[in-house]
Design a protein around this ligand. Structure first.
Ligand SMILES: NC(=O)c1ccc[n+]([C@@H]2O[C@H](COP(=O)([O-])OP(=O)(O)OC[C@H]3O[C@@H](n4cnc5c(N)ncnc54)[C@H](OP(=O)(O)O)[C@@H]3O)[C@@H](O)[C@H]2O)c1
Length: 261
């Protein structure tokens, strides 16, 4: 799908991947709708995007994306100020490096709300605006941990595997309405913001290898939209790891425990 002169909405726009995506979209899109929680970061991002393309229109919404009521209110505001959305990117998300069984229930609920419930609310709440476009794209940013059960990333794995199934279901149902879905199964990126935001830290050994550059990931996602892709695994070699886990899961689970401190 072409993205020239289109309207794109990005959640978690101020984060590592969100910012990289917005920078790329700003060059071609007519309008960007940005959702994030920090007013200063959004202000800074707006200036950066305007410097890339002075003509791009920007509409920003500051809210806690793990608060369902705030999300529903924002959906109504977006519906009054926009007739259509061509690209919706469910990017905001938090991870965890803490055991699921020892987690605080409220923390896990917040993670589930942000990573799964909000993408679901946005997809359903904004579907009319997506249908109004001749063709539209919904992009869900997932993780390798949605396909492989990882120790102490349990809550994250559970939320993102739900997101993966949301993508699969919408990919079938959306066909009738010219709505395309791109699901991104993403490996670790070199982004400190994500590591700082983790729900719990410290139980997983630090991964300093296998980290992909955030800008490269954003480039691949934009290319995926342009080429009408339905699923991307970034970097590609994680597809092999996922296949191995499906074939030899029980044996590999022994090795996964070694990742714990
Ligand atoms: N980084 C990785 O290694 C990695 C690997 C696989 C998948 N992913 C996925 O990629 C996506 C983007 O990750 P990233 O690395 O760019 O993370 P990031 O830099 O932490 O960005 C996340 C964005 O979401 C926002 N956000 C977090 N909690 C929020 C809340 N309650 N309400 C509103 N906004 C909130 C953050 O706001 P602030 O700017 O205020 O923090 C930020 O804009 C996520 O879905 C993540 O699960 C990341």
């Amino acid at each position: 799908m072409k993205i020239n002169n289109k309207c794109a909405l990005v959640t978690g726009a101020t984060g590592g991947l969100g910012t990289a995506l917005c920078r790329m979209l700003a060059k071609d899109c007519k309008k960007l709708i940005l959702l994030a929680r920090n007013r200063d970061k959004i202000g800074h991002l707006e200036k950066k995007l305007k410097s890339l393309n002075a003509h791009v229109r920007i509409e920003s919404h500051i809210l806690d994306l793990s608060d369902g009521k705030a999300v529903k209110k924002t959906i109504e505001v977006i519906k009054t100020s926009n007739k259509r959305i061509d690209v919706l990117i469910n990017n905001a998300g938090i991870g965890t490096h803490g055991s699921l069984l020892s987690s605080n229930t409220e923390d896990v609920e917040k993670l589930m709300d942000l990573n799964l419930h909000t993408p679901l609310l946005l997809s359903l709440g904004l579907k009319e605006l997506l249908y109004s476009a001749d063709e539209s794209y919904l992009v869900n940013i997932g993780t390798v941990a949605e396909q492989i059960a990882m120790p102490v990333m349990g809550a994250y794995s559970v939320s993102k595997s739900g997101l993966y199934m949301l993508s699969r279901v919408l990919a079938i149902e959306g066909r009738k309405k010219n709505l395309k879905i791109l699901h991104v199964t993403l490996g670790p990126m070199n982004n400190k913001n994500f590591d700082n935001n983790l729900l719990a830290k410290g139980e997983l050994k630090k991964n300093t290898v296998f980290k992909t550059d955030t800008d490269k990931v954003a480039e691949k996602i934009i290319l995926g939209i342009r080429r009408n892709r339905r699923h991307l695994t970034i970097p590609f070699y994680f597809s092999v790891v996922i296949c191995l886990d499906r074939l030899f899961g029980r044996t590999l689970d022994q090795f996964k425990l070694r990742m714990l401190k």
